[in-house]
Design a protein around this ligand. Structure first.
Ligand code: HEM
Length: 301
């Protein structure tokens, strides 16, 4: 039985940091992977920090070839919509997502992770995030209503026992900057039409527009994913960190293609008010896979 990294499902934390790393020397990739796998969570019952560690799929395949499905790939090319809209590929080599109850512990641990990896990898992207009005994103809408429950989420997000990479998950991380001034000029009824849900209580609209966000990402069509989106940024420059896990990368990539208008020519109208800035896929291996790498480092040390 392979155990998933517990941070994937650790809801309720109010401070997050996403550290994306680039390896300095490709020849030292095994040393990098075992060093990152050896990072330990602080083991106190209060004030702890959750970790989710992910690798660029091609990198993980080089390190542990049998431990990832053959078709999982990095975000290696921009997605070009038919009308010129672009979802950019900004793939990095590894991700450490830290989450905790307060930013001080997350900040200290993030510094310690960067310190551990000094000389092996550079920090390509750092983003911190925090919840807004309990469960809303910065459009003001409730985000996550159609998420599976924590009972169902593992079967939607994790590779099944017996398959390559069992207990692992495919993760898509993207930063979407909001065009808040333009969004807030719209009447609420228009915002609701764009989202496909009511603003106050998140009720799905009866007759959803085909270019609404929930129609473009309909999980009955594309398959289930598990989202952990969070707001990021400052008063002037802010948006959503999209964090989505799936047992099958195709569900995530098809949703992006659909949002860009590549499936049937209809672009997600939410993308007219939000701009994707970054995009990476990571393979999030099971705890047992990370432990094996950690032990291989201890054997070498
Ligand atoms: C600026 C970026 C985004 C924002 C603010 C946003 C916000 C929302 C909101 C408010 C909902 C409705 C409530 C809910 O079910 O959660 C929703 C639904 C959803 N979003 Fe997004 N989203 C963003 C990007 C994305 C991306 C990039 C994907 C996929 C790659 C995605 C996938 C989904 C899915 C699967 C649903 C549920 C659809 C269903 O009803 O089956 N979202 N999103």
């Amino acid at each position: 039985m392979n155990t998933p990294q517990s941070g994937i499902f650790a809801l309720g934390t109010s401070s997050h940091a996403y550290l994306e790393f680039d390896i300095l020397d490709a020849k030292k990739r095994s040393g990098f992977a075992s060093t990152i796998s050896a990072i330990r969570e602080p083991r106190t019952t209060t004030g702890g920090v959750n970790f989710v560690i992910g690798f660029r799929p091609e990198l993980w395949r080089e390190i542990v070839p049998q431990d990832i499905p053959a078709n999982v790939a990095g975000f290696n090319e921009d997605i070009q919509g038919p009308d010129g809209f672009v979802i950019p590929a900004t793939q990095h080599d590894a991700l450490v997502w830290l989450s905790g109850s307060a930013y001080d512990v997350v900040f200290d641990m993030a510094r310690s992770v960067i310190h551990h990896l000094a000389g092996l990898a550079s920090l390509g992207e750092e983003t911190s995030s925090w919840p807004y009005r309990h469960d809303r994103d910065l459009t003001g809408f409730i985000d996550g209503s159609e998420n599976p429950t924590l009972l169902d989420a593992p079967s939607d997000a994790l590779l099944k026992e017996g398959s390559a990479g069992a207990g692992g998950s495919v993760l898509l991380v993207q930063k979407w900057k909001h065009k808040s001034a333009q969004w807030e000029e719209l009447p609420v009824s228009q915002q609701e039409r764009i989202m496909g849900r009511t603003k106050l209580d998140g009720i799905e609209l009866e007759n959803k527009a085909s270019d609404s966000h929930v129609a473009r990402t309909d999980q009955d069509k594309f398959g289930k994913i598990f989202r952990r989106n969070m707001p990021y940024g400052n008063v002037d420059d802010h948006g959503t960190v999209f964090v989505g896990f799936s047992a099958d990368q195709k569900r995530l990539s098809s949703m992006l293609a659909s949002m860009a208008g590549l499936i049937d020519g209809t672009r997600d109208s939410l993308t007219r008010y939000t701009q994707p800035l970054t995009g990476s896929y990571y393979f999030v291996p099971s705890v047992e896979s990370l432990r094996r790498l950690r032990h291989s480092k201890q054997d070498r040390d």
